[in-house]
Design a binder for this molecule. Structure first.
Ligand code: NAD
Length: 254
């Protein structure tokens, strides 16, 4: 019988905190999935199809390579999906959108309330600070184990800036400058990624003109900020109709 929440990537850094946050919310945990040989005290199920069959909603923090298979298994089973995995390709995001025609999906590159407020502020700042005068740059730092760059959150901030300026991020994104790159292109949004130590997540959005700088910085000190937000999203998504939702919907910010 379908009951409670399931966690994909349950033995991972996020998965372990999610187990605690699901318990703290008083929600039942049906079990989880992870790679063979992973260690967890929770019930491990063989694959996503088995996990979907056992629970009413899956919270998924795994790896981008899982997304298309997870989208298919969850849509076929009619199980809601809170998706926090980052580094998704355009094909992965298309698979998420197809699944959202059949199930409720909350997909956010960052589930912390602070970052979602930062996204809203970024869009407003970008609309107020014209690209001809203010260069937008996004700098992020994460722990040395992170596998994708720029971070999903940095890309989300870039999308918010692009939306504020009425352009598509893909048309103005300058990521990982290296070598003889030429002068900065007016209107482009720059990205730089640092990796080292055990930094949970730091993002700065800078608008730089010749006369002034204004910067917005978010620092996460504990993964609990993301895990608590994901559990909040899971409680919100229960019983919601099929659709693609974001953390902004969960927080009532749009
Ligand atoms: P992690 O490597 O510690 O954990 C990922 C877990 O997924 C591992 O235990 C791994 O074994 C498991 N896994 C990988 N492939 C699998 C598969 N095919 N089937 C089942 N399990 C599989 O990583 P992490 O730091 O916990 O982050 C996980 C993901 O969440 C990353 O994409 C990260 O960028 C993202 N993340 C998102 C947010 C957010 O708020 N949206 C916050 C933090 C991390």
């Amino acid at each position: 019988m379908k009951h409670g929440f399931g966690i994909a990537g349950i033995a991972g850094r996020m998965g372990r905190v999610l187990v605690e946050e699901v318990a703290a919310a008083g929600a039942p945990l049906s079990g989880g999935i992870d790679r063979p040989g992973s260690v967890t005290d929770a019930t491990l199920l063989p694959d996503m199809a088995a996990l979907a069959a056992a629970c009413e909603l899956v919270i998924d923090f795994t790896h981008a390579s899982t997304v298309q298979a997870h989208a298919k298994a969850l849509a076929e089973d009619g199980t809601a999906w809170v998706l926090g995995t980052t580094g998704l390709s355009a094909e992965d995001e298309a698979a998420v959108a197809v699944a959202a025609e059949r199930i409720a999906v909350v997909y956010a590159p960052n589930f912390s309330p602070g970052v979602n407020l930062m996204l809203a502020l970024a869009e407003r700042m970008a609309a107020a600070l014209p690209p001809a005068t203010y260069d937008a740059e996004i700098v992020e730092m994460h722990h040395r184990q992170k596998v994708d760059a720029p971070s999903g959150t940095a890309i989300g901030i870039g999308r918010a800036v692009a939306a504020g300026r009425g352009v598509k991020l893909e048309d103005v994104m300058d990521s990982g400058r290296n070598g003889h790159t030429g002068a900065r292109i007016t209107g482009h949004i720059g990205f730089a990624a640092m990796r080292g130590g055990q930094v949970v997540g730091e993002h700065t959005l800078l608008f730089a003109s010749g006369d002034e700088h204004i910067a917005l910085t978010h620092r996460a000190f504990d993964r609990r900020a993301f895990a608590a937000g994901a559990v909040r999203a899971a409680l919100w998504a229960r019983g919601k109709p099929a659709g693609l939702y974001t953390m902004m919907d969960v927080l009532g910010m749009r």
